[in-house]
Design a protein around this ligand. Structure first.
Ligand code: APR
Ligand code: PHB
Length: 389
């Protein structure tokens, strides 16, 4: 089999890249090692920057997003029983859209099926080869048979545990990492959200977040320790813990109900440099991870795909390699700013077990500054709504 761009991974990065390229007449094949149902079963963040909304429009997958997505003009930060609002619309003129990553993935999968482009699910042992030359190839197994795909370029959109980054010789890649000594215990419930906007909570018992998927579906998180297990968290314990961290008004408003999903996720910051190895390009979680505080993971995947899709279109249209040559530096410049913002939000809002009294005082000063200084609020707002591409 031959294609122009072979994409590894049918998560949001791979599917969005495939769709943007398809709209420009570029042929792609996606190889995904899981089933479509498995990919759709993953529940992740759901706050979309305006830049990503624009990309989804360009990809022609914005109908449901515009019909069902909730446009938010700001967020609230709760501290010492008081809520402080950061008004994105007023500060930056921009908003964010609350729409689950699962729904975006579903919309992209449907668009890909409608386009007739090929996605091979349950492709086993996918392996990229020869990407240091001009004839890269991929091999995979399916139903006991070996297959090969010849292509012009490989896009490694296969997430943090994917094979693309792991196929690069160790000496060609440098990685930067921070693991945080706590996790997020999250639940999804068929209950109306406690508030119209997201509430990020800094509390002596630990961080909490009130988010949502729709007017009838809520997503809540509490900071937990890494050695805990979901089985130790029956719904009643989760709701009790959340209530203790809420401000009085939110506690009175909270509607509880049975959870429909419950999981614990570790928090990590990670960047791999560069993001290009000959004719193979990494995008999304394959190249970088942010902790979820600030919801930048999906949006960063989108900005990578923006730079990469434009570079590939430029190559096929104008025979120019300029965009491809600049891809890594352009993407990383934005990645590192989002890494900084996600690390800052995480450090400001969580209880860090290794924090000294000095650092805890600095945390209070940071929050106080954010609530009292328009310049500080502006800095948060412009990062939250998304830095320009
Ligand atoms: N071969 C083929 N496919 C693979 C392989 C492999 N060896 N390894 C992983 N995959 C697939 C995974 O099954 C998954 O469907 O690659 C896909 C990667 O998708 P994601 O992990 O969702 O990564 P990405 O598309 O970059 O999306 C980034 O996801 O994790 C969140 O916070 C992140 O929201 C952000 C978004
Ligand atoms: C979510 O809704 O899952 C969510 C929202 C905001 C975040 C993280 C997660 O910062």
């Amino acid at each position: 089999m031959r294609t122009q761009v072979a994409i590894i991974g049918a998560g949001p990065s791979g599917l969005l890249l495939g769709q943007l390229l398809h709209r420009q007449g570029i042929d792609t094949v996606i190889l995904e090692n899981r089933s479509a149902d498995y990919v759709l079963g993953r529940i992740r963040a759901g706050v979309i920057e305006q830049g990503m909304v624009g990309l989804l429009e360009e990809a022609g997958v914005d109908a449901r997003l515009h019909a069902e997505g909730l446009v938010h003009d700001g967020v609230e930060i709760a501290f010492r029983n008081q809520r402080h609002r950061v008004d994105f619309k007023k500060l930056t003129g921009k908003t964010v859209t609350v729409y689950g990553q699962t729904e975006i993935t579903r919309d992209l999968m449907e668009a890909r099926t409608a386009s007739g482009a090929l996605t091979i699910y349950e492709a086993q042992d996918v392996q990229p080869f020869d990407f240091d030359g001009d004839k890269p190839r991929l091999r995979y197994r399916k139903d006991g048979q070996e297959h090969e795909v010849a292509c012009d370029f490989i896009a490694g959109c296969d997430g943090f545990h994917g094979v693309s980054r792991q196929s690069v010789p160790a000496k060609a890649i440098e990685t930067f990492e921070r693991e945080y000594p706590f996790g997020w215990l999250g639940i999804l419930s068929e209950t109306p959200p406690v508030s119209e906007e997201l509430i990020y909570i800094h509390h002596p018992r630990g961080f909490a977040l009130c988010s949502m998927r729709s007017p009838t579906r809520s997503r809540y998180y509490v900071q937990c320790s890494l050695d805990e297990h979901v089985d130790e968290w029956p719904d009643s314990r989760f709701w009790d813990e959340l209530k203790m961290r809420l401000d009085d008004e939110a506690r009175a408003q909270l509607v509880t109900g049975p959870s429909i999903e419950k999981s614990i996720a570790p928090l990590r910051s990670f960047v791999a440099e560069p993001m290009r190895f000959g004719r193979m390009f990494l995008a999304g979680d394959a190249a970088h991870i942010v902790p979820p505080t600030g919801a930048k993971g999906l949006n960063l995947a989108a900005s990578d795909v923006h730079y990469l899709s434009r570079a590939l279109v430029e190559f096929y249209r104008e025979k120019s390699v300029a965009g491809l040559d600049h891809y890594s530096a352009r993407a990383l410049a934005r990645v590192w700013k989002a890494e900084r913002f996600s690390w800052w939000m995480t450090t400001m809002l969580h209880n860090l077990p290794d924090h000294t009294a000095f650092e805890r005082r600095l945390q209070v000063a940071e929050l106080d500054y954010l609530f009292s200084s328009p310049a500080a609020a502006m800095a948060m707002a412009e990062n939250y709504v998304g830095l320009p591409y």
